[in-house]
Design a protein around this ligand. Structure first.
Ligand code: SF4
Ligand code: FE
Length: 482
């Protein structure tokens, strides 16, 4: 089966024996849990759309290893056309779900490993690339969702991994055996972790010889012995437990993050893709980060939803014709399409790596992500400006439905005569959800810190900006000869 349906995906997750904790208790039915389930449904959308003829070109592709039709989320980019479609796929899914649909991290990890395993082999005559291709075939054949796990807890930020007071603050190898390795540590902020079949671990920063026990990359089934998940809280998350269907804003979808703990977990050799090649840790981080910075095309899709919601709120409030409102909507579109330019540009300027994999243009991917750390905040500010204060002072759905208070809520929150109070409340709740609630994790804070915090991009921009060439051009034009 090379392409699962959304239903088959949900069923396949149900068969996993994941060790998940939330609110201090073990979650027995992970797929059915009301707080987790919307995030599962967002990933399921990546399966559903792949079966829709109108999205076939964006969502599916022919595998370069098996020649079979596969979901693009398991594909290794074979040209700039693939990279462009990846950006379009991100926008499409962001717009369809209004949240983080989580599956990009695994795709980005697979692509980064397809470059780096090849390069390690070229230097050290290891056999990682062949191993990786075998694993890739397994992922493609079974249409798996992978968690790309990079971020370690990192402990004292001023110290490298081997100098940490607690040596487990970076994930490391604690034992080498004949049949594999044993690892200990954790990965934090893991997007979509409990909706994944596999977890692909990578180092989180460049390393030196002393850190070689930390220079490790591997893949495991997400329910392997010794792996536990502790769910992250999101603002307004327990609204999903309240019943009703208005106060959540987005009734269908959401994202999630978790702390993933590896408590002395065994990894067989055929699933190890880097072991002690510390000089390649930095490259793996950079390639993964560049791919994932491109992936923030998703924010453009969520931006589409937010702009649509702001325009609707303006119409419902009866202010859509005011020139300053029109101008704010223009500004939101300008910012959102500027983001789109970045993820399209870094894709179309992509380069071929020695393994044959196409990687995005590093400078442009970093510029794009730097914009993502800013523009969604401004788009969200404008959406809140247009929505008005009612977005955060609105009574609950229960008050709206209550025989005692419902008539007052209905009466005093009525605006445009042709618009029901209920619809006005619904659109304001959606704006609240994206800018302050569960989806704000993805649209705002993740825009800031996901795929690396702003300073990480500034370092990459300064490294890739080729200043000497710019100086040469300037000096030539004004006649400086040195
Ligand atoms: Fe994908 Fe965006 Fe979620 Fe990252 S934040 S996993 S790029 S949807
Ligand atoms: Fe992310």
């Amino acid at each position: 089966m090379t392409m699962m349906t959304a239903e088959q995906y949900a069923e396949s997750l149900g068969k996993l024996n994941l060790v998940v904790y939330m609110f201090g208790e073990r979650v027995e039915d992970v797929v059915g849990n009301p707080i987790i389930r919307p995030s599962m449904k967002a990933v399921a959308k990546t399966y559903e759309l792949a079966h829709r003829p109108e999205y076939e070109d964006i969502m599916t592709v022919v595998s370069h290893i098996s020649g079979k039709k596969i979901n693009r989320f398991t594909h290794i980019h074979q040209g700039t056309g693939d990279l462009l479609k990846k950006s379009k796929m991100g926008r499409l899914l962001g717009r369809e779900t209004g949240c983080c649909f989580q599956r990009c991290v695994g795709m980005d990890a697979l692509n980064a490993l397809s470059i780096v395993t090849f390069d390690i082999d070229a230097k050290y005559s290891t056999g990682y690339y062949k191993r990786f291709l075998k694993y890739l075939e397994y992922v493609q054949e079974n249409d798996l969702t992978c968690d790309g796990a990079m971020t370690d807890p990192k402990g004292d930020r001023s110290l490298p991994p081997h100098k940490q007071p607690d040596p487990d603050h970076f994930l490391r190898v604690i034992e080498e055996r004949k049949d594999g390795i044993v690892v200990r540590g954790a990965k934090a902020h893991q997007t979509g972790a409990v909706n994944s079949h596999e977890v692909i671990v990578m180092p989180t920063l460049s390393m030196r010889k002393e850190d070689e026990d930390y220079a490790v990359s591997f893949a495991l089934p997400s329910d392997a012995d010794g792996i536990s998940y502790i769910m992250g809280r999101q603002s307004c998350d327990t609204r999903k437990l309240e019943g009703g269907n208005m106060d959540q804003g987005n009734l269908m979808f959401g994202g999630h993050e978790a702390l993933v703990v590896f408590d002395d977990v065994f990894v067989p050799w055929d699933r190890v893709f880097m072991y002690k090649e510390y000089d390649f840790a930095g490259q793996l981080v950079e390639d993964f980060a560049s791919y994932h910075r491109q992936s923030y095309a998703c924010k453009v899709g969520v931006g589409d939803v937010l702009i649509g919601a702001a325009q609707t709120a303006a119409e419902y409030n009866g202010v859509a014709r005011a020139s300053h409102i029109k101008d704010k909507i223009i500004e939101m579109n300008h910012l959102n399409e500027t983001l789109y330019c970045g993820c399209i540009a870094c894709a179309s300027e992509g380069r071929k790596e020695p393994s044959g994999t196409y990687c995005v243009n590093t400078l442009l991917a970093n510029v794009h992500k730097q914009n993502v750390t800013r523009f969604p905040y401004e788009i969200a500010r404008l959406a809140q400006d247009i929505a008005g204060g009612l977005m955060v002072t609105l009574p609950s759905e229960k008050d709206f439905r209550s025989p005692e208070t419902g008539k007052w809520v209905e009466k005093y929150f009525k605006a445009h005569p042709d618009v029901s109070t209920e619809n006005r409340m619904r659109i304001l709740r959606l704006i609240e959800n994206i800018t302050l609630g569960t989806a704000a994790v993805g649209y705002l804070t993740e825009s800031m810190h996901g795929a690396g915090s702003p300073q990480a991009q500034r370092i990459m921009i300064s490294r890739s900006a080729n200043l000497p060439e710019k100086q040469r051009a300037a000096k030539k034009l004004c006649g400086i000869e040195e």
